[in-house]
Design a protein around this ligand. Sequence first.
Ligand SMILES: [Zn+2]
Length: 375
Amino acid sequence: MTEHRGAITSEGELYPSPPRGLDYLEVEPPAPGHAVPLGGGLHWARIPLPMELNHINVWLLEDDDGWLLVDTGMAEDVCREAWVSLEQTLLRGRPLRRIFVTHDHPDHMGLAGWLHRRHHGTPLWMSTVGHASTVEFLAASGDEVDARRLRFVTSHGMDVSQEAVRRSGGSEHGRWYGDVPPLARAVAGGDQVVAGGRAWQVIETSGHCRGHLCLYDAANAVLITGDQVLPTISPNVSVLASRPDANPLAEYLESIARLERQCPPDTLVLPSHGRPFRGLHRRIEVLRSHHLQQLEALRAACGAPTSAYDLLPVMYGRPLRGFHRYLAVGETVAHLNYLWHDGAVERRIDDAGKVAFLDARRSGAGPGLELPAGA
Ligand SMILES: [Zn+2]
């Protein structure tokens, strides 16, 4: 279902983007196992991650009887150790009362099962689609996941063996997830969550993954963005083998446009990676124009029928190694599918299942590229 669940590990590698014009909160990031108060029952903690993207921010909302936690860290000892320390430095005997998960990637929910048990069966709140897809993903065998990924990348022009796909990490696909507790509350866009003495509106977004939940405290203009908007990284937006015709980039652009409409420019943004900042609208503009540049460049490169794999240099401009190449195929297809759904490129699939894209102007059929409003 979600073959690219390792995506988070290389987001920064694939798509670094400058934090142009953002006003960072003048607070030192918390050390692992410690938290800093951000006022009004809201606390910021960091859980270290054993990878290139070396931390996730988690948010703790304090009520009289305990805490609501937003996101968990992954099922790795370095994360568990940070939690043991946080229990002493911040929680001080008052348990987690709710675990709210923004989305189904392992750095965000890998420790949900462990924390659920440790805090006396703390209920898990997340989206139905995120919960169901994780259960399905973890139930699949590594071989199934590898085979799906192999079919997908070879259809898009990558020449690899099953063995190479296996070595790229597919067979360890569940490695960073612990067990998944039952879904206690199915949360969806439009819901309200009261925690930390504040009323949070749930804003459901998509594109990075389906059923991604942001929390917006309108009274104080504070937005917990998960991975939907990050200050220095363009979130991974990929087509997955399980939904090869999907248009996640359209979903992503629609979602950030909605955040832009709903949240004022001076909103305090609490992202899952990096530092809290103000400048949401400026950041969204950078993310949007980054994708639009990629769309224009890809379309211009499709003068003849071309596979997504052969278009990687247009997207990245440098050689990619290892698992990054698999992620890059998914991201490139996300942009090509956007152009295809838009009618700007034609998608051709030959008898062998090989997919190629062609600028619709060359095929004589196409209209102009329709860019989303605000572009
Ligand atoms: Zn993340």
